[in-house]
Design a protein around this ligand. Structure first.
Ligand code: KG4
Length: 336
């Protein structure tokens, strides 16, 4: 079964062709990063307009790269939630029109379920159940993946997402947008214990997290140093910050995994590319005996292939939609 998969929830327009869930025939991506860099963050209205401009050509490119024609497409999948609503709607409406025109099923895919599915593309042997830490620019979640389409949210950030935190701190340091990658590179060789940054605790919800205090503390540290005319040891600051983010994520992930007892832990989303978080997860899983599944770096960020992969499993579960399908800014990953 060939699925044409569309992703447009944030600042990447992506169209892929995926065969039977796990074979990626093509994965075309148009990044808008250059445009949003001017503003130091994603401007939603610009994102929607750029998606609109890119999506038709990208779909043609995905078909050509896959070596298939429109008649070879058996279904169309698209991210329908969560995301920037104007951006999501561009992909949803494009997918609807293609599904209608080709007279094939339309499959709505939850963006975070797509990120989780990037692990199936990296690890052909991986099957649910497993626990997944989902960390991106807009979401930070701990998810019980009981089955391909049966999931439960166990914990989440109460405020900022981990990726957003990296991006804001990087912006104040003036090291680029999106900031997670540059912060990661800057942290190499730094001393992660040099700067003291807070760790959060949410009363009564041990798997929930908070990043706003950490973000404020990091920004205050930078501003105080600037006001006093002191030089920050930037690699050590970046390493201390990455360690603080990782300390929010990894112990909670391990605690959730131990309570479930699946023996399998995965990570997903753009922030899952972070070297400190990956290394801490690897150490923790070596100690606990759990098997760790990390998506390959090229599949951590937004892409169409992950939507095509998850779309296949949603289709097998009977989760298709009619032309009334809408997009949503928020939706629980458990609802799908
Ligand atoms: O999954 P993604 O591409 O988009 C969303 O669905 O949000 O994630 C983008 C986020 C950005 O916040 C970016 O700064 C962050 O992932 N990111 C990283 C790294 N690479 C990308 N954060 C930390 N370390 C990285 N190496």
């Amino acid at each position: 079964m060939n699925i044409l998969a569309v992703e447009s929830s944030c600042d990447e327009t992506a169209v892929a062709v995926v065969r039977d869930g796990r074979t990626v025939l093509s994965d075309a991506i148009a990044s808008q990063v250059d445009m949003h860099t001017i503003y130091g963050g994603v401007v939603p209205e610009i994102a929607s307009r750029k998606h609109l401009g890119a999506i038709y050509g990208l779909a043609d490119q995905a078909l050509i790269q896959a070596g298939v024609t429109r008649q070879d497409i058996d279904a169309v999948a698209c991210t329908y939630a969560p995301g920037l609503i104007g951006a999501v709607l561009v992909g949803v409406n494009f997918a609807k029109s293609v599904a209608y025109g080709l007279n094939v099923p339309l499959i709505p895919v939850h963006h975070i379920r797509g990120h989780i599915a990037a692990n199936y593309l990296t690890h052909p042997d991986l099957e649910p159940p497993f626990l997944c830490l989902c960390v991106s620019g807009g979401n930070t979640l701990i998810v019980d993946v009981r089955d391909y389409t049966h999931m439960e949210l166990l914990g989440a950030t109460r405020d900022d997402a981990a990726g957003e935190c990296f991006d804001k701190v990087a912006r104040v340091l003036g090291i680029g947008y999106p900031g997670g990658g540059p912060m990661d590179r800057l942290s190499q060789g730094g001393d992660p214990k040099k700067y003291h940054l807070p760790r959060s605790k949410v009363d009564g919800a041990p798997l929930d997290m908070s990043f706003s205090g950490l973000k404020t503390a990091a920004l205050n540290l930078i501003h105080n140093a600037q006001q006093k005319g002191e030089e920050l040891d930037l690699p050590s600051f970046a390493a201390s910050f990455a360690q603080a983010v990782s300390d929010e994520l990894v112990p909670r992930t391990m605690a959730a995994a131990q309570s479930l007892g699946y023996g399998k832990i995965a990570a997903a989303g753009g922030v899952a590319a972070n070297s400190t978080i990956r290394a801490q997860l690897e150490r923790a899983c070596r100690a606990s005996g759990d098997t760790l599944y990390l998506p390959k770096l090229s599949l951590c960020g937004d892409n169409g292939a992950m939507i095509g992969c998850q779309g296949y499993y949603e289709y097998l579960a009977g989760h298709t939609a009619g032309m009334e399908l809408n997009g949503y800014a928020n939706k629980n990953v458990g609802v799908g």
